[in-house]
Unconditional design. Structure first.
Length: 153
């Protein structure tokens, strides 16, 4: 299970390293509603492709390792030249899971999914400007349609 304190800690740990992430899935919906509505088995994150390597390094130091690649994963070369997964799950020794999906920003600031089978899916600049609340923490951003990421889109 992933608890509110876990979400806040992960979010803040990435934020202080200048890695923006957006909540999706159950925690994203709860952030939008500003209350936890149910227990969550994982934390769904959307992030910039160019931050994936650094995010994995930071979370790796916290005990998170690659658990699996989703079927929609595509290996893409980021702007630093690193071959990077775009749809994957990290898990720590306590069984907490982070389900991550990577996107790129277009020249207008819209998020374009880097993973496969997401043709036509766009997170507008306005979607990516949303804010929510997890356990009183207002610093959580999420797409307005927080439940939009699902596997096999």
């Amino acid at each position: 299970m992933v608890y509110a304190d876990d979400v806040i800690g992960i979010y803040r740990g990435l934020s202080v390293n200048n890695i923006p992430v957006w909540l999706s899935g159950g925690w994203g919906i709860d952030a939008l509603l500003r209350e936890q509505t149910r227990p969550h088995k994982d934390l769904d994150l959307i992030m910039l492709l160019d931050d994936v390597v650094q995010m994995r390094e930071i979370l790796g130091r916290a005990g998170y390792d690659l658990k699996e690649l989703w079927s929609e994963n595509r290996w893409v070369v980021d702007t630093q030249g690193a071959e990077t997964p775009t749809a994957f799950v990290l898990q720590d020794s306590a069984g907490r899971e982070i389900d991550a999906h990577a996107l790129r920003l277009d020249d207008r600031g819209n998020g374009i999914p880097a993973w496969a089978d997401a043709e036509g899916l766009i997170f507008t600049k306005a979607d990516l400007a949303g804010e929510g609340m997890i356990a009183g923490s207002r610093s959580v951003a999420f797409p307005r349609d927080a439940g939009v990421v699902s596997h096999g889109l």
